[in-house]
Write a protein that binds this ligand. Structure first.
Ligand code: RB5
Length: 151
């Protein structure tokens, strides 16, 4: 499985730890930056990881900024993206099972690396359950289609 990862300047160290963890677990990892701690703009990296996932270049994405919010908001503007900010494993599992999330986001200023690893494990091992959840995910994607026609 191929995992893309993107982050802002606040999250370089955590990104490096996450990349090492994913590789140790046997995942292919694609790094979309940033690798610099110089102040940068998280929407740039949210858009990059969004495109990587939406185009199928990678199977899932991990997006990290200070809170996980800014980068996830930007990623969610890319069509086809369902990025979920998770600060604990339960939400991470449900974000896959019920919401078919394709990007996991979290905050390097909110959680530590050990909790991040648990969250990642839940996200990557859970599977979308379909059924009634498929209908609701389809409804979310219908909102996206209707809204994009307004441009
Ligand atoms: C950067 O200072 C910070 O705003 C960013 O990492 C993130 O928390 C935004 O949502």
């Amino acid at each position: 499985m191929k995992i893309g990862i993107a982050n802002d300047h606040a999250s370089v160290e955590m990104k490096q730890q996450v990349v090492a963890y994913l590789k140790e677990k046997g995942y292919d990892v694609v790094n979309y930056g940033t690798d610099s701690t110089e102040s940068c703009d998280y929407p740039v990296y949210g858009e990059k990881i969004g495109h990587a996932v939406a185009s199928g270049e990678v199977d899932f994405g991990i997006a990290i900024c200070g809170t996980g919010l800014g980068i996830s908001l930007a990623a969610n503007k890319v069509h086809g993206i369902r990025a979920a900010v998770c600060s604990e494993p339960y939400t991470a599992r449900l974000s896959r099972q019920h919401n078919n999330a394709n990007i996991l986001a979290f905050g390097s200023r909110v959680i530590g690396i050990e909790l991040a690893k648990m969250i990642i494990d839940e996200f990557l091992s859970a599977e979308f359950e379909g059924g009634r959840h498929q209908r609701r995910v389809d409804m979310i994607m219908d909102v996206e289609r209707r809204e994009s026609k307004l441009d």
